[in-house]
Design a protein around this ligand. Structure first.
Ligand code: ZN
Length: 260
């Protein structure tokens, strides 16, 4: 398959125009006229992931996080980013990122995570209702649940090492807001939505202070909240082409470890 045709399938779902201004989603390294046999899906393109792509003969790696985010002036062997880029070019492997465009489109990252956690009747948390583009969702559980019981379910469903949470100002919850990745800035919208619990990642100390008696916030981890990108991209591609080989990376790993 020609790489540009695969890219079209992804961008039909998550157009590059839907990405944030600061972002660098899209084709980052490679020739989109190359014929490729298979793709590898991951969260981050690390050296282990590029080695996996070489082993599996993948012509493109599709990641959530762009490997090049800020402008770079040199490509040497000094950082893992440089080494990944050099290895990708030497082995004719294209590097592609589907980032905030996949966060913001309807059916994107937060919608997918909500589905995995059986959160229903979802609406956009922040954004444009007409285009249905924006960040985060708010939805409901089938029935009211004990908050710690729900967090235990989230922990086991997403294989989370540890969840950090604010004061339990509710014991039972039903309405839940969530945003994959760093969603601290959406906390006020989560409160205004009437949600009892807000799941996201990378909350700061002050988020926990602000949450007190207004909402329960729970940090489920950046990687853990975004691991759903692999299944989401897999389904987007599979729906359009069933014969093309798509691998889910076995080397994509959380860079954060927990001592429990
Ligand atoms: Zn992220």
């Amino acid at each position: 398959m020609i790489l540009k045709d695969l890219i079209s399938i992804i961008e039909d779902f998550a157009p590059l125009s839907a990405q944030e201004k600061y972002d660098n989603a899209g084709l980052i390294v490679g020739d989109d006229n190359e014929d490729i046999d298979s793709a590898l899906l991951c969260v981050d393109i690390t050296e282990d992931v590029i080695d996996e792509a070489i082993r599996k003969g993948c012509g493109v790696i599709i990641a959530h996080h762009p490997i090049i985010f800020s402008p770079i002036k040199t490509i040497t062997n000094k950082s893992y980013i440089d080494r990944v880029i050099v290895k990708a070019i030497k082995n004719s492997i294209a590097l592609y990122a589907c980032h905030t465009n996949l966060d913001s489109v309807h059916g994107g990252m937060s919608w997918r995570l909500a589905e995995e956690l059986s959160i229903k009747n979802c609406q956009l948390l922040e954004g444009d209702i007409n285009s249905m583009r924006g960040f985060g969702i708010v939805g409901e559980l089938e029935c009211e649940m004990d908050v710690l019981e729900f967090l235990e379910t989230v922990k086991s469903t997403l294989n989370i090492g540890a969840i950090r949470y604010s004061d339990l100002c509710h014991t039972k919850i039903r309405k839940i807001a969530l945003c994959t990745g760093s969603g601290g800035s959406l906390q006020e919208s989560a409160i205004n939505s009437g949600a009892e619990l807000y799941l996201s990642a990378d909350f700061k100390y002050n988020n926990y202070l602000d949450a007190k008696s207004r909402i329960i916030i729970a940090d489920i981890g950046h990687f853990e909240s975004e691991y759903c990108v692999i299944d989401l991209l897999f389904d987007i591609i599979r729906k359009k082409i069933s014969t093309f080989v798509v691998h889910k990376s076995e080397e994509t790993k959380n860079p954060i470890n927990y001592l429990v």
